[in-house]
Design a binder for this molecule. Structure first.
Ligand code: ADP
Ligand code: MG
Length: 702
């Protein structure tokens, strides 16, 4: 082979050691070239450096042996298919102690077709002793076909990769393909580095893509493996950061308009508010206003736990744009929230003489009846536009747009923000989220944003008392709820997520609604779920907000953003189905007024696991602490979100927790772009095969 790229694109059929059948199985999984194979990351490794010699030792540590198969037999225990297949093996070459080890495969009668007397195997597993006999259950094994295979073996005498298997792939074929690729590559570099050459004194001295790819499969020791993974992760973060930093610079270069404002509208609103901004709100607002006053477009994340009061800060920022002669837009992830923001805007901004428009429907081509906008009937352009994220696709709206506020949308990616960039007139952008994002994730996910954090809740809030209760205790709960409703409070009665199906969720809520409507008579109960038409949802929310309904039975559609301060009770049914982060978001719907609030997590009777998991909910309301607990309990993969559960874990997820790595990536990207501002981030195969940009963006808390 000659050039580096040449090797990666070579077909696997060029490699020795792969049978036509093996090649076919690999091809079925789209593994056709050396490059394809080397980007299959092992999900763990086994230390097989110490081949156990010719003695079997009972031990809790798995060990690796060369053995020869002697007698085999199948035993059946009557019930269909149940039985055990046993193969007696001796150390290869006989061993000196005359020991015999019995390998056992339970309920796998077909093993007798694979393991036969006289075969030579490498086995890996725990040797157990019982009544003077030695056993190994369900060992990992590989059949050695010839002498050459033994000496060039990829799986013995070293740290051996273990891959996730899919389709017809076998561990042996994958390992052989990787091993042969690495042998063919030899010691020379075979892949073009994406990262700039590492400093000779730094921690990555001597590292490059080829070395990392080699070592991530067949490392010499643990330290080399760790560093190989870090190098590849760094490469990935770096390409991501190149894109992030480049877009940020483009936005800055495109330029925007200054929005210094004259303070008239903001002062009026401040005077009209029934409360004072908290010091944290004040500080964040000043950071925002400072950005807005410059011609450089603002790119800021406003970050604050549920109930910390982000909306009013957004309104104040929007007013500053209007004071400066521009329009302002507020986008919400759901119609329900857009409607809520609209009502708040009517309450707070209309008295200042501003025209406010809510984008309700979507335009259909066949002249449909439903109005696209409400609230803007006099034909003059509104100062304030409110709607869902669809607003953004309406380019002509953006001509005089001074600021775009994006609420509660952690999935709102870099690419969407890039849509807003317009030469000389890029609006200021404020993204708001309640997601407790660890610092490294903000650097990664929101790498192009400055961050303001509202780190305190308004005082004079009633406390939230949270209890975990067995569902068997519901009668008491009904009585308590009636007391609360009689005291003029309101309640959310939430039904759980069922298998990701809105339809099933709706069915559970509908059933619950019937029960509660009866149990709470004569109080009025509303029903809200994702399957209802938007107008109906709006109507129900309006009736709940105006206390026409005292209780609202709902699915998780109320999870984000909904703000009804008089609601003080939340009952969560089948709480064990929820993750902590989601429970925290849901609970954030109560405790928004001055009254004491009550959150009850109903779990299956005697579900000790759930009871323990939820203890933290009883102890704290701090979203960060709850997220941390989640992280500890479930590992980053799960906390990072629904996107991954069930699917393959983010291969480098744990590396995301490596702040240093993310920072190095950021610095390198900035330096690279200083030298070559037009550099396009490489769209490299590694990106596709490991973590994609959108995966990174989705990797946020639910
Ligand atoms: P979130 O940060 O979750 O979006 P909201 O903006 O919906 O929170 O605010 C929650 C509630 O707190 C609203 O009813 C709002 O009017 C109220 N609020 C906001 N700021 C203050 C404050 N400084 N003092 C008292 N109440 C406030
Ligand atoms: Mg909100």
């Amino acid at each position: 082979m000659s050039g580096p790229s040449n090797l990666l694109s070579r077909p696997l059929s060029d490699l020795p050691g792969l049978t036509p059948h093996a090649l076919k199985q690999l091809a079925k999984e789209s593994l056709e070239t050396v490059g394809d194979i080397l980007w299959q990351m092992p999900f763990r490794h086994e230390d097989r450096r110490q081949m156990q010699g010719s003695v079997f030792h009972p031990s809790e540590t798995p060990a690796c042996h060369f053995v020869t198969v002697g007698k085999t037999r199948s035993k059946f225990f009557g019930a269909r298919g149940s039985g055990v297949f046993e193969a007696q093996v001796e150390p290869r070459g006989g061993g000196s102690l005359g020991q015999v080890l019995t390998l056992r495969w339970w309920n796998m009668p077909f093993m007798k077709r694979t393991i036969a007397e006289g075969l030579e195997l490498v086995i890996y597993g725990k040797v157990k002793e019982w009544r003077g006999q030695l056993f190994m259950d369900h060992p990992e094994y590989e059949i050695l076909e010839d002498e050459a295979e033994v000496s060039a073996s990829s799986y013995t005498g070293r740290i051996t990769p273990v891959y996730r298997l899919r389709g017809g792939l076998t561990m042996k074929n994958l390992r052989t393909a990787v091993w042969q690729s690495i042998l063919v590559a030899g010691e020379k570099p075979f892949a073009t580095d994406l990262l700039p050459p590492p400093s000779p004194k730094g921690e990555f001295a001597g590292w490059g893509r080829s070395k990392a790819l080699r070592a991530v499969h067949f490392p010499d020791d643990d330290e080399e493996l760790r560093q190989a993974r870090r190098y590849l992760a760094l490469e990935e973060f770096y390409t991501y950061q190149l894109r992030v930093v480049r877009r940020r610079r483009m936005a800055e270069a495109a330029g925007g308009r200054p929005h210094p404002g004259d303070g008239t509208l903001t002062a009026q609103l401040a005077a009209a508010l029934p409360f004072q901004l908290t010091p944290a709100q004040q500080r964040c607002l000043e950071e925002i206003w400072k950005d807005m006053a410059t011609p450089m477009p603002m790119n800021r994340l406003l970050h604050g736990d549920v109930g910390s009061g982000k909306t009013i800060v957004a309104f104040m920022a929007m007013l500053r744009a209007v004071e400066s002669g521009a329009q302002a837009a507020l986008m919400a992830p759901t119609q329900i929230l857009a409607e809520q923001h609209y009502q708040n805007a009517q309450r707070w901004l209309e008295p200042l003489g501003l025209r406010i428009a809510l984008r309700t429907g979507t335009r259909k081509t066949d002249g449909d009846e439903s109005p696209l906008w409400t609230g803007n009937n006099d034909g003059r352009p509104p100062e304030i536009l409110i709607g869902t994220h669809a607003l953004l696709h309406d380019r002509k709206l953006l001509t005089n747009m001074g600021i775009v506020v994006i609420d509660e949308q952690h999935k709102f990616g870099v690419a969407q923000r890039a849509r807003l960039i317009q030469k000389g007139n890029t609006p200021d952008v404020l993204v708001m989220t309640a997601t407790p994002i660890p610092r490294t994730l903000t650097l990664t996910l929101y790498g192009d944003l400055d961050i303001s954090t509202i780190d305190e809740r308004p005082k004079e809030r009633g406390e939230i008392i949270t209890k975990v209760r067995n569902i068997g205790k519901r009668d008491e709960a009904v009585a308590f709820l009636r007391e609360q409703l009689e005291a003029d409070r309101q309640a959310y009665l939430v039904y759980p997520l069922i298998e990701d199906s809105e339809k099933l969720d709706a069915a559970a809520a509908t059933k619950g609604f019937k029960e509660w409507a009866k149990a709470l008579e004569p109080f009025s109960v509303g029903l809200l779920h994702g399957k209802m038409p938007p107008e109906e949802k709006d109507a129900v929310m309006r009736d709940f907000r105006s206390n026409k309904h005292q209780a609202l039975v709902s699915t998780t559609v109320i999870e984000v953003g909904v703000d009804v301060p008089n609601a003080t009770v939340m009952y969560l049914h089948n709480a064990e189905r929820f993750g902590l982060a989601q429970l925290h978001q849901l609970r954030g719907r109560i405790g928004r007024g001055s009254h004491t609030s009550y959150c009850v997590l109903f779990i299956k009777d005697d579900d000790e696991e759930a009871r323990q998991r939820f203890a933290i909910m009883e102890q704290t309301q701090d979203g960060f602490r709850i997220a941390e607990e989640d992280l500890l309990r479930r590992g980053p993969g799960d906390v990072l979100g629904k996107a991954q559960s069930g699917a393959a874990p983010l291969r480098f997820a744990e590396l995301l927790a490596d702040t240093r790595l993310v920072r190095i990536a950021r610095t390198l990207a900035e330096r690279t772009l200083d030298e070559d501002p037009d550099l396009q981030a490489p769209r490299f195969e590694s990106i596709r095969k490991t973590v994609t940009e959108s995966e990174v963006e989705q990797a946020t808390l639910q």
